[in-house]
Design a protein around this ligand. Structure first.
Ligand code: KIV
Length: 258
């Protein structure tokens, strides 16, 4: 049983923040975070792109290397960027490079269409995190950054997709921008942990984009996020406050939930 499974079993919330460089990685790791996610959100918050689509595998490997150098204990998960897992063969190469060169310990990919690829990666010893709900790499297909699963047809699809990813061998599922009640239902139906972002308090854990929780979002702040720096005064105490609020169940509150 992995540490994440144990946390779920014991009802202890799992904490996760994105990181893109060694200094933040070290600070967040020392604060006691469970997971560091090198998200392809770096395309938007670091590179200033208007979606995650332009992020390349070389970009991801570079930022993984920086984060890996800064951390000691946290689990390092890396996003597989757009179109780098479009077939199982391409996915094997991508995952191998993220793990070998980037020192990632788990890879994350978006969508239930990739279930077969997840199964094949897991069979080959690669731990995989799924990502359902709002999947930013499909933003042009989804027609924008919108809450997913609001009507019963979409909700049922999400329930089935989560079970499919679990059967495929995923270790973890990120649920992004999903109504809180639906995320709670999905979380209860699964053996593996869920990590929510804009998915309410009942997920097994929470992730935020680091820059959002430090109040340095470019443009409109996501309504599900919280600026922890505003009430704390230093970056390290803001990170500690996030971890504490997730662990004790006070974040996310109703005002951060769809
Ligand atoms: O890219 C990212 O940072 C993510 C999180 C928003 C979950 O996928």
């Amino acid at each position: 049983m992995t540490k994440l499974d144990k946390l779920k079993q014991n009802g202890e919330k799992i904490t996760c923040l994105t990181a893109y460089d060694a200094s933040f990685s070290s600070l967040i790791d020392q604060a006691g975070i469970d997971i560091l996610l090198v998200g392809d959100s770096l395309g938007m918050v670091v590179q200033g792109q208007n979606s995650t689509v332009p992020v390349t595998l070389d970009d991801m490997i570079y930022h993984c290397q920086l984060v890996a150098r800064g951390k000691q204990k946290a689990l390092l998960i890396a996003d597989m960027p757009f179109m780098t897992y479009s077939t199982p063969e391409i996915a094997f190469e991508t995952a191998a490079r993220l793990m070998r060169e980037g020192k990632a310990e788990m890879v994350k990919l978006e969508g239930a269409w990739a279930a077969e690829t997840i199964e094949m990666l897991v069979e080959r010893g690669i731990p995989v995190c799924g990502h359902l709900g709002l999947t930013p790499q499909s933003v042009y297909k989804l027609g924008g950054y919108r809450v997913q699963g609001r009507d019963e047809i979409e909700a049922q699809l999400l329930r089935e997709e989560a079970l499919l990813l679990q059967s495929a061998g995923a270790s973890l599922i990120v649920l992004e921008c999903v109504p809180g009640d639906l995320a709670a239902e999905i979380t209860t139906s699964l053996r593996i942990p869920t990590i929510g972002i804009g998915a309410g308090k009942d997920c097994d854990g929470q992730v935020l984009v680091l820059y959002d929780m430090l109040g340095i979002t470019i443009g409109k702040k996501p309504s599900f996020s919280k600026d922890f720096l505003q009430t704390t005064g230093s970056i390290s105490t803001a990170i500690e406050a996030f971890i504490e609020a997730v662990k004790n169940g006070t974040f996310p509150g109703p005002e951060h939930t769809f």
